[in-house]
Each structure stands twice: as C-alpha cells, then as structure tokens.
Design a protein around this ligand. Structure first.
Ligand SMILES: C[S@@+](CC[C@H](N)C(=O)[O-])C[C@H]1O[C@@H](n2cnc3c(N)ncnc32)[C@H](O)[C@@H]1O
Length: 361
C-alpha cells in the first residue's frame, strides 16, 4: 500500500490532524500540529483522504505515550497522545471558536477531570461480528473491528464485567441466537449491578450520565446557581430520571422525558413531536421561571418556541454537542449569556459537556 508523506497543519474538531496530500484534504488521526511522517489511505472520496499513521519521523515534543495498548488501532479515543493540559486547551479553543459567533466578553469556566482521566465510564459498548469472531471497537473510517479485551476508560465494575464476558474466549457463544450476526453489546454499571443489553440504543435501561464523578460537579454548579438566583417554578426537558434537579429544593418542578412512566411531577412526552408544546400546554401550566434542558446530540430546535410560550427568566442548557446547543440558542430572542462551563465528561476523546446558563435580558 502506498505510503504518503505528510506534515500536519492543524487539528480539526475531532482532534484529527489535517493536511493536504495530492491536492486533497487529508485527515490523519492521532497526529499533532507540525508532526511529519508517512501515512496509508484507509478510505477516500473526491475531496478527502482518510489515512492512518505509518510512521512519525518528526515527533512533536507535546506528544505523550498513550496508556492504552490498543490506542494506535482503536478509534474510541482520539486524544490520548496529548498531555491533559493540551487536551483541555484544544477543547477550549474549539468551544471558544463556536461561542464567539454568538457572544462577546465571556469566560469559559472549566471543570477538569485530571485526577480521573481514565476509568471513568459507567457504560461501554463493544461491537461484534460473528462471521469473523471479533469483538471490540469499530473503526468509523473502515467499519472494521479492532479486537480489544479491556478499555482503560471503563470503570472497575465495567472492566470486571468485560473480563468475565471475555473469559475462556467463548464470548461468541453468549450472543443470544435471536441477535443479528453483527451488532453491539452494552455494559452498563447502574450501581449494584452491571447490565448487559444486546443491540439496544445506548442507555436503554434508562439514561444516566456516563461520568458519575463529573455528574456530581454539574449538580453542585446547579445547586450554587439555584442558591444565587432561585429557580422557582422549574421545567426540566429531556430530564431522564430528574438527575439535574433531584437534589434541589424547588417550589414546583415538572420533568419531561419520553421513557418515564407519567407519575407525580414526571411527564411522558415525545418532545420531538411537532405538537409536543400544544400537548404539554393542554395539561400543564405554561409559565416557568426556569427552563432546564439536556437533549440528545441533535439538540432541540423547538427551544425558541417553548421559550416564547413559557417566558422563563433563565434557561439552563446542558449538552454533549455544543454545536447543536448553540444553533438552538441562536434562535432565542431576548436572552443573554450569564455563565458558560466546559465540563470534561469524556477525557481522551474530543467530546465534552457544555453547560450554558442564559438570563432574560
Ligand atoms: C442526554 S440525556 C439527559 C438525561 C438527564 N438530563 C440526565 O442528566 O440524566 C437525554 C434524555 O433525552 C431523552 N429523550 C430522547 N429523545 C426524546 C424524545 N423524543 N422526547 C423526550 N425525551 C427524549 C432520553 O430518554 C434521555 O433521558
């Protein structure tokens, strides 16, 4: 296979090195700016080549030795070859670039995970292929599976469950006969027990945040915010089990999600239904002082409509995808930025959690 020489010019939003090769954009994961070497093409289209490192000849002095034995082949992590300070700086730079299109004069507050850069995940998905008897992480560029038998991002309980599952090398006999030949298994630590589910969307047993320690930090920030400017009547959308407000003493709270049983202050509603707001208004008060939302990656493009109807004084938007969050916020009328946090929920990956607190101007 042809080996292409490269010199990295910049890192893209996923933390992959970018350069030009033969007049095409070239993306080479796990490289750093100014690094030089050779790389092999994994996949390409008219505009872009996706490559993997063959050899690094001129290594950046910012590079560190990744802790994971699978790092060079596994695409679960993208930033393990950066020191942690650089990882945070990289994330801050990406976030700032997007925030600048909407806001001026703000300071990003950063909640780091430096003491827990590894062993933090309470949920891990492994992909399997019974045809070739492989289980591990899937390469997004090739669809191929890198076999792994441990993940240094998994917490102790998850790793123990994976060890048990992989013992004796007969995991393929454990795939239920009703499951497809290719798919995924999720290991999910819910406290007393690690659940295993086959080919279900992640968190199908009910969503909980993947990083238990940093989730506690978010709850502390919300408690402090509530202390400073009382939340009053609060509506929490995409509330799951009410994680973000369970610990707060609120005068009135309504939580909406689509998997909850409707019970007490919990409402079962598909928030992406085009009539969701009308359905909600039909049976519930439409005035709230505080609106909290924590949608899936695609965001909530009906936010502006809900805000116009409910007229909340503050909106607290938590998101694992700041791009969709900022798009939703851009459509709001009459709100200004009060505080913004970068919470490093997913160390070693390009992902992080954004917490954006807005106040009616
Ligand atoms: C990022 S999680 C947040 C959960 C919760 N805030 C927490 O901290 O644990 C997103 C939530 O959105 C819910 N969800 C996804 N699609 C939905 C829909 N169409 N309508 C209502 N809720 C939905 C999921 O069930 C999940 O609980």
């Amino acid at each position: 296979m042809q080996k292409w020489p490269f010199k990295i010019e910049y890192l893209n939003q996923q933390g992959h090195g970018v350069t030009k090769i033969a007049d095409q954009l070239a993306i080479i994961p796990k490289t750093l700016v100014d690094e030089e070497g050779t790389a092999k093409v994994l996949r390409e289209n008219k505009k872009t080549k996706f490559l993997e490192i063959d050899e690094i000849k001129n290594q950046s002095d910012r590079r560190i030795k990744p802790q994971c034995q699978y790092y060079s082949n596994c695409h679960g992590c993208q930033l393990q070859h950066m020191n942690y300070a650089d990882e945070i700086e990289f994330k801050k730079k990406q976030f700032t670039h997007s925030l600048n299109s909407l806001f001026q004069n703000y300071e990003i507050k950063i909640i780091k995970s430096d003491k827990h850069r590894y062993n933090y995940r309470n949920r891990v998905q492994l992909h399997y292929d019974l045809n070739c008897k492989k289980i591990g992480f899937q390469n997004p560029f090739t669809g191929l599976i890198t076999p792994i038998s441990n993940c240094i991002l998994a917490n102790e309980n998850i790793q123990a469950a994976i060890d048990k599952f992989m013992a004796h090398d007969i995991w393929h006999e454990l795939v239920p006969p009703t499951e497809p030949k290719k798919g995924h298994i999720e290991f999910y630590d819910i406290g007393q027990k690690v659940h295993q589910t086959w080919n279900q969307p992640h968190g199908s047993k009910g969503f909980t945040q993947v990083n238990t320690l940093l989730n506690e930090q978010v709850k502390k920030i919300l408690a402090q915010t509530h202390k400073e400017s009382k939340f009053g009547n609060t509506l929490e959308l995409f509330a799951g089990n009410g994680n973000l407000t369970n610990h707060l003493k609120l005068t009135k709270r309504v939580c909406v999600d689509f998997y909850n049983e409707a019970q007490g202050s919990f409402i079962n509603l598909n928030l992406y239904d085009k009539n969701a707001l009308d359905r909600f208004k039909f049976s519930h008060s439409s005035k709230y002082k505080t609106l909290i939302l924590d949608p899936p990656r695609k965001g909530f493009n009906q936010l502006a409509q809900w805000a116009q109807e409910l007229e909340p004084k503050q909106i607290i938007y938590m998101s694992c995808n700041y791009h969709s969050a900022l798009k939703d916020i851009e459509n709001l009328n009459g709100y200004q930025l009060k505080e913004v946090y970068l919470i490093d929920f997913f160390p070693n990956t390009h992902h992080f959690e954004a917490l954006i607190i807005l106040q009616r101007a």
